[in-house]
Design a protein around this ligand. Structure first.
Ligand code: PLP
Length: 381
């Protein structure tokens, strides 16, 4: 069976050139980067070169890159690191953040901190009005994701940057989905912290980074030997870090062309889906060109997903991390989408290698499945 992978917001396949630079670090003794002998120095050099590659791709200083085990850890690191500096303060986030921002904030509300949420509008965007509704004052962190993993909606960073500045709070964006799909420049955005993940950009899983403005002081997340400027102790995963660095270099080179290619695929896909009766979420706003989040009225998303999976098409229902969860997408509920329609939500996310033929194939497959499902519903009724 020919398989078609259309779930790149969940994870991407490792790029062969990335794997090639990682292999020597898996096959031979590299030493511990903290060791002073030649093996250790070699490992240290590899990490510092990767740090430069990440910094270059994101327009930050190498000293601002803190390697982590991925986006989840970087998000937890900034939430805890900012909160612990100001006990009892208020943590602000949007109501569509990924669980790895939302849950650490929720956990802290049981330990003396407060939270307040910024509410998106019906298209999944934070407008100026959302910020004016925030009444708290002692705010330590404002965290707003750059691009949403489900809808692809892109937020206006200048709004939350200005708001955070006015409140003397640390500003952070989760750029895990945006990086590699739109031009992301840490220096130009003027925010204090940003989260990246390697496996969304054709790098290995289990590595990412927190980009932290060098003037910012946060509490360490993991204590130990003092690696990563004392903020994240633990012997570094050298092969993964080297791979992440290479993936950053490659994605910077290909990003522009890839986003144009996926825009062409997205337009054809969405036209076809609408002809079949689909509702496209966040359709008319600035969003990622690789992401389409949609639903058909009275069709269970998981039923359609399973039927397509049997035919070799890999797509997602809601966010990857919550796809075992039967609850409707919190992003759609925050946008005021009806619960039944939200339960039908499916996501197609393109990658660098998807083709127009694959778009035509999935549209054909969806058409057939819808026909079958509607017949079954008619018989049951
Ligand atoms: N933030 C967003 C927006 C994501 O989509 C994801 C993963 O799906 C993460 C954070 C978590 O990143 P990681 O898988 O590297 O822990």
């Amino acid at each position: 069976m020919h398989k078609v992978y259309l779930d790149h917001n969940a994870t991407t396949a490792i790029e062969p050139k990335v794997l090639a630079v990682m292999m020597p670090y898996l096959e031979t003794q590299q030493g511990n980067p903290t060791s002073q002998h030649s093996f250790g120095r070699h490992a240290r050099t590899a990490i510092e070169e990767a740090r430069e590659q990440v910094a270059l791709a994101i327009h930050a200083q190498p000293t601002e890159v803190i390697f982590t085990s991925g986006g989840t850890e970087a998000n937890n690191m900034i939430v805890h690191g900012a909160a612990i500096k100001r006990p009892g303060s208020v943590l602000i986030r949007s109501n569509i953040e990924h669980p790895c921002v939302a849950r650490p904030i929720d956990a802290l509300t049981h330990q003396g901190w407060q939270k307040e949420l910024l509410a998106v509008n019906e298209e999944g965007v934070l407008t100026k009005e959302a910020y004016t509704k925030i009444k708290s004052n002692d705010i330590s962190l404002v965290s707003v994701m750059l691009a949403n993993n489900e809808t692809g909606a892109i937020q206006d960073v200048s709004l939350f940057k200005d708001f955070a500045k006015e409140k003397k709070a640390l500003s952070h964006t989760d750029a895990v989905q945006a990086f590699g799909k739109i031009d992301v420049r840490f220096d130009a955005l003027g925010i204090d912290a940003m989260t990246l993940s390697s496996h969304k950009i054709y790098g290995p899983q289990g590595v990412g980074a927190l980009i932290l403005n060098k003037r910012m002081d946060i509490e360490p997340f993991i204590y130990g030997g003092g690696q990563e400027k004392n903020l994240r102790s633990g012997t570094e995963n050298i092969a993964a870090i080297v791979g992440f660095g290479k993936a950053c270099e490659l994605i910077s080179e290909s990003m522009k062309q890839t986003s144009i290619n996926s825009l062409v695929l997205q337009k054809t896909l969405e036209l076809g889906l609408k002809e079949l009766g689909a509702i496209i979420f966040s359709e008319n706003i600035n969003r990622l060109t690789n992401t389409t989040f949609f639903a058909f009225k009275n069709i269970e998303g998981s039923t359609l997903l399973t039927a397509l999976d049997k035919k070799g098409f890999a797509i997602a229902s809601g966010s990857a991390c919550s796809s075992v969860n039967k609850e409707p997408s919190h992003v759609l509920l925050s946008m005021g989408v009806d619960e039944d329609l939200a339960r039908g939500a499916l996501r197609i996310s393109f990658g660098t290698k998807n083709t127009m033929d694959e778009v035509k194939l999935i549209l054909e497959a969806i058409k057939k499945e819808l026909h079958t499902l509607k017949q079954l519903t008619a018989i049951a009724a």
